[in-house]
Design a protein around this ligand. Structure first.
Ligand code: WT7
Length: 573
């Protein structure tokens, strides 16, 4: 078992919604009353996120603080309304965007990215955000599969867009300087200057497409996960329950909008709740991140274990130079949150780090540590109200507590994906015949209803007949003072079936050696179990990770077995 510990709810810090009581009578219909469309039936997520607040007296409130090494700007809700109207006009009039078209955005984080994102939605099109680090093959796969009609990008990134090979792509909007406009290329700045401040929003049906996020599966090319406008109900509600957003919060989600966390919780949840949102451009650096929290007085901070571990490796001395007293609530997503990281967060930020579990396909929070609950370090928490989760076997039969199996969610929540683009068969393969969405994660639920992540279904290691979740081993490994990050896989062994191999990146100041391997082996053996200790260890400068921070064990496996690594388009760098 994991070395878990308890942290009580922070009474007095939060106005606590007792979600255990809420759970008993809640259904998602109740959460719709906050929206204008509850009465009209007309729906547009960009209207609800921005325009609605300007009509309710918040036109002058800051919606977005943006900064990077060369820019430092702020935009009110009123300004965002006007600018996204202009962007929608540009898209509709100059790029001929129509309801249901796919419009992709391939740009580094910048105010223009967010303005275009909202503009696409106001125009009734489906927005497809692409992470800026994608190379040509990854960009082409996505634009081809979705038959994107318009792309918004920068002259710099245009070099990675093979537009001559994309017959469906009718226009490219370029955000930058010195652009030669023609029929095909639209100069964003020039067009924005000429565009009207008013725009007649395209009113949508709640089941109309909103956003397309491409994500990698265990096989084949990346797949397009489609979410609809109705998803906003859950983005808004979990923004309050889980992120604990209140109207005066200053919120920072560190995820890029190329990934689902950066849209569901980097755009929709904060703005649907009318909250001031921070976007920091540029690359990760520990001191830059600490300064960002200080500079804006961030109150709610949503990040990922991988980032927390990098901050941890940067050391306590750096952390102690900064003042984190503004922080009220800290959250994590994307991969298992090791108890060691929670312990560190408690020391450095004086806050509990709240783990949240969900995925691109679920669109929003599913299983979480929300503010009113006791945290069991190492557990993902409990389902939020309106979500029924269970551990099921391969045919969808529920398993009893403390039994490992497939983590599954009862079908039918607002932010659930509605399609895999052009691939009904793939979509259907997620669901059992009795209505469970099967996540592909293995987990168990304890007797108190807390869920414990074990690994992706295909990552579980069998050694000498014992089941080992790689996460347990990785969690233990990162507690060793020399270990910064660790990825664990099973490798074939003639006697034991599989044995455990660990790939490890070391913290500053530690040298790879046989002696250190020995020491780490014994550290796990003594701390966890002999059969869980890595008999083989490789030290690496960097581990292969997805942008959302998951160590890609299948890449480690491919390295190990000398096999091709497959699709790497969601790899971090
Ligand atoms: C997979 C989904 C939506 C957030 C970004 C990742 C893993 C996610 C946790 C967590 C352990 C987690 C799961 C899941 N994952 N959150 N709290 N603890 N694992 O989205 O790229 O669609 O990946 O990330 O394996 O299936 P994603």
């Amino acid at each position: 078992m994991l070395d878990s510990f308890f942290l009580p709810a922070e009474q007095g810090v939060h106005e606590l919604d007792d979600l255990e009581t809420v759970r008993k009578s809640f259904d998602w219909k109740q959460a719709e009353h906050q929206f204008s469309w509850h009465e009209t039936g007309k729906i547009n997520a960009a209207y609800e996120a921005i325009d609605r607040h300007t009509e309710k007296g918040s036109a002058d409130k800051v919606a977005l603080y943006y900064s990077d090494l060369s820019r430092d700007e702020s935009y009110t809700f009123g300004e965002m309304k006007k600018l996204s109207n202009k962007a929608a006009n540009v898209l509709k009039q100059k790029a001929d965007v129509r309801k249901g078209d796919r419009v992709f955005i391939f740009m580094p984080r910048s105010p223009e990215l967010y303005i275009l994102f909202l503009g696409v939605i106001k125009a009734g099109a489906i927005v497809g955000p692409l992470f800026e680090a994608f190379m040509e093959g990854a960009v082409r796969d996505r634009l081809e599969d979705s038959e994107a009609k318009v792309l918004c990008t920068t002259p710099e990134l245009l070099k990675r867009v093979p537009y001559q090979l994309l017959p469906h792509l009718k226009h490219i909007v370029l955000v930058g300087d010195g652009i030669n406009e023609d029929e095909y290329f639209i100069d964003y700045k020039k067009a924005m200057d000429q565009a009207d401040n008013d725009f007649l929003i395209e009113w949508m049906d709640r089941e109309d497409g909103l956003i397309l996020h491409y994500t990698s599966g265990s096989t084949g090319k990346p797949k397009g996960v489609l979410h609809v406008h109705e998803a906003m109900v859950q983005h808004a509600q979990t923004g309050r329950w889980v992120l604990d957003l209140k109207k005066d919060d200053v919120y920072w989600c560190t995820a890029d909008p190329g990934w689902v966390t950066g849209t569901s919780y980097g755009v929709f949840a904060p703005w649907l709740n009318g909250v001031t949102n921070i976007v920091r451009g540029g690359r990760f650096s520990p001191s830059d991140w600490y300064q960002t929290i200080e500079k804006y007085g961030v109150t709610v901070w949503y990040s990922a274990p991988t980032a927390f571990r990098m901050l941890m490796s940067a050391g306590k001395v750096l952390a102690e130079k900064h003042n984190f007293s503004s922080l009220r609530h800290v959250l994590s997503v994307g991969e298992p949150l090791n108890p060691e990281v929670i312990r560190w967060g408690w020391q450095v930020f004086k806050k509990r780090i709240h783990d949240t579990w969900w995925m691109t396909e679920t669109g929003a929070h599913m299983i979480c540590n929300y503010p009113s609950m006791k945290i069991k370090a190492g557990s993902m928490g409990k389902p939020v109200p309106g979500i029924t989760a269970a551990i099921v076997d391969d045919s969808g039969i529920e398993l009893p507590p403390n039994t490992m199996g497939n983590l599954a969610i009862k079908k039918g929540w607002p932010s659930m994906m509605r399609a895999i683009w052009n691939n009904k068969e793939k979509y259907d393969s997620y669901f059992t015949s009795n209505g469970w969405y099967v996540s592909g994660d293995s987990a168990y639920m304890d007797e108190d209803g807390y869920f414990w992540f074990q690994g992706r279904v295909d990552d579980v290691i069998m050694t000498s007949g014992e089941r080992i979740g790689p996460f347990e081993v990785e969690s233990k490994l990162v507690e060793h003072p020399a270990v910064s990050e660790a990825g664990v896989i099973g490798i074939p062994d003639p006697i034991r079936g599989e044995i455990i191999k660990a790939f490890i990146s070391l913290r500053e100041g530690f040298e790879a050696s046989e002696k250190l391997k020995e020491e780490i082996y014994h550290f796990v053996k003594n701390g966890l179990a002999a059969h869980a200790a890595p008999r083989k260890i490789d030290f690496k400068d960097k581990l292969p990770k997805t942008r959302s921070g998951k160590i890609m064990r299948r890449v480690l496996k491919a390295w190990e077995l000398g096999l091709p690594t497959g699709d790497l388009s969601t790899l971090e760098d």
